[in-house]
Design a protein around this ligand. Sequence first.
Ligand SMILES: [Zn+2]
Ligand SMILES: [Zn+2]
Length: 389
Amino acid sequence: MTVPIAKLSFWGVRGSTPTVDPATWRYGGNTPCLELIAPDGTKIILDCGTGLRMLGSRWAAPNGGKAPGTHILVTHYHWDHIQGIPFFSPLYVENNEFHFYSFRSKFLGRDSLKQVFEAQMALPYFPVDMSAMSARRKFKEVDGGDSFTVGENKITARWLNHPQGCLGFRIETPAGTVAYATDNEPGDAKMDESLRELAAGADIFINDAQFTPEQLETTRKGWGHSSWLEGVKVARHAGAKTLVLFHHDPDSTDRMVDSILRQAREEFDSVFAASEGMVITLGAPGDPVQAHMPGTRTALRREAQFHAKVSGVTEGGKDFEEETVVRDISLQGALISLKHLPRLQSELQVTMEAPGGDGVQSMNLRGYVVRIDEGPEKGHVAVGVVFTD
Ligand SMILES: [Zn+2]
Ligand SMILES: [Zn+2]
């Protein structure tokens, strides 16, 4: 018997506008785009921010080409959720088929999303027009409250509180349920209730965490976004199992997102800060939610051998310290073999002994756990860390 497994990939996690500032490199600068592959092979894309371009450049047809098309849910028409469309190369390939779902905007009227396509590709904003897109495209209007099925997966849409409107989506697959609620501000009783309905018992609850709780109460009130604290409250109330903080502010550096994540983890057991390249697996036996951080973020490694003392916090929340040999290191990060299982996205202190001109020197580094894999030695895990300073 095979176990149903769903795979959720994060291609863009930044809110409002893309960032290329090196201080935002670790969590990533592309705007919202997620990909969910359901156990039946159905491919669902959530939002078309700039992350969509990367998804397109690594394109694989759904279910090895056997599934009839890809389903793309667009939450709303703000730039950060549509900007990837003209740069999504699979739209220019004849045999591909896409089913788009979005709401009828009162500013655009009928076929809102189709009009967005046309406007984005109108001269002189883009070098080619819509006729260059040879993939089959179908557009379906959805409204808050609608439910429909795609393959064996049930999708529910609900209105969220955001300027010019925004839909949140709940996707129930046989491997687990994902609630995607970006771009929403708490405070409207009816829509707060909609948000809890979307998140009810969800395995993964992805929520807008653009602002700090202080900003949300003061300077950013009414901007249509939320905070980690609101996400925690909803997750608790709705019984969501894992909270993913999403739509990071373009002004939030990696260190600021680290601090937001740290605070959220003090209040709720299972929290991740969405990061570009992160992949969450749902439904794996024994461990229903597994997250993997991108290995490319620890690129430029070179083989070396340094004796090191590593201390940090385990998955179970206990402090640990152990000695190891670091073999794979770069300016940005290292791959460290450990007996302890540190928590993903937690901090490690790494003290390394490096042979220098005047004998052995000791180097203190702060690392951040981005990846955990099975280690080459028995009883060890291979831990990918990015150095934060
Ligand atoms: Zn947005
Ligand atoms: Zn928006």
